[in-house]
Design a protein around this ligand. Structure first.
Ligand code: SF4
Ligand code: SF4
Length: 347
């Protein structure tokens, strides 16, 4: 992805009491996507006023992937029987997401590897990625279900963002990381050195956890391919797909044509490897009829097949699947159960 290169240009100060005003100023020129409170959690959606933005919950339930790979996306319109095609209209105002957490920024690099690699470039995805501005925010105290640092994601690092906010006392220090970001903070004052020092101390003191050794995971996953544990672990799975739909890195989709009268449209819609018919062939054969086969595919894809193909683990430890699974299947427990089965003495 050709992006404005990320380097630290300067640091600005935004008192927390001025956050709504800051968002209202952005709304004059941009579409702003921010977390909005909904029945005890928050969801990323387009806001119309700064007061709608809710930072009470660390991670919104949905991920930012839907703003790059929408759940249903019209690729083009067509007239049935005719040879003409027309493009779906594109949005006029440039969008901003505020705030994006470092795990979700890493997830975008995983989507980039699928939709914008050296061999294939998906113009629908690339265009949205090019237009988007990302205002990131540090996580100094991750939630209990967060495990991003297992994947060496630094939750206080703004790489990949245009601006990056760190909470210090009753203000945010805003690191300006790209020239695109610089255009968003023209009226803010420079951050005082004293607060910049405090920010550095906070960042240095952040909690760190052990990182996952990919080679070890790939090794025990290979040994576990035929394990009976998959049946046991998947027995309670409902095949609802919540884990994949909320996951910032899951990216499987289906293509359908939808015709109403004289207008047809080609749609790209999310699909999910946990659905029973995901692998149903036109012949009627289905190679993954069992829950266990589908759960195995999901885990193997994230931690074995994707790293083999793209040199990236397709999980960023956001914990959304852990929070949302209606039967409490926890991806961390799945991995540790499989690891222990191959090394019974390990913790
Ligand atoms: S698999 Fe779960 S923890 Fe990993 S990125 Fe997806 S939703 Fe987050
Ligand atoms: S959210 Fe839980 S129950 Fe639903 S498909 Fe995923 S693992 Fe199965």
């Amino acid at each position: 992805m050709a992006k404005d290169s990320t380097k630290h240009l300067t640091s600005k100060l935004l008192p927390k009491k001025n956050l709504e005003q800051f968002l209202d100023a952005l709304l004059k020129q941009y579409d702003v996507i921010a977390p909005v409170e909904q029945n005890g959690f928050s969801r990323y959606q387009k806001i119309t006023r700064g007061t709608e933005c809710c930072l009470k919950y660390r991670l919104p339930r949905n991920s930012i992937k839907e703003f790059f790979l929408p759940q249903d996306e019209t690729l083009f319109f067509f007239e049935p029987g005719a040879a003409s095609l027309s493009d779906a209209p594109s949005a006029k105002r440039e969008p901003i997401i505020f705030p994006v957490r470092p795990c979700d920024v890493r997830a975008l690099t995983i989507l980039d590897a699928v939709f914008d690699d050296e061999q294939f470039s998906d113009s629908y995805y690339v265009e949205k990625r090019r237009r988007m501005r990302l205002i990131g925010m540090a996580c100094l105290e991750p939630d209990d279900t967060c495990f991003c640092e297992t994947f060496d994601i630094n939750s206080t690092d703004g790489t990949g963002c245009d601006l990056f906010l760190t909470e210090v006392e009753d203000s945010y220090i805003i690191d300006v990381l790209t020239t695109k970001g610089k255009t968003l903070i023209k009226t803010l004052a420079d951050a005082p050195q004293e607060l910049i020092q405090k920010k550095k101390q906070q960042v240095a003191a952040r909690r760190k956890s052990q990182s996952l050794k990919l080679a070890e995971v790939q090794n025990f996953l290979k040994q576990c391919f035929e394990s009976e544990l998959w049946e046991e672990m998947a027995a309670k799975c409902l095949s609802c797909g919540a884990c994949a739909f909320l996951c910032p890195t899951c990216h499987c989709f289906d293509i359908t044509d939808d015709v109403a009268g004289k207008i047809g449209r080609r749609l790209r819609s999310w699909d999910c490897c946990m659905f029973p018919k995901f692998t149903l062939h036109a012949s009627g054969h289905n190679p993954r009829t069992k829950h266990a086969q589908r759960l195995r595919q999901r885990i193997m894809h994230k931690f074995s097949y994707f790293p083999e193909n793209k040199s990236l683990i397709a999980c960023v430890g956001c914990g959304r699947c852990v929070v949302a699974c209606p039967v409490n299947l926890d991806i961390r427990e799945i991995l540790s159960t499989l690891a222990s089965s191959t090394h019974p003495a390990s913790p």
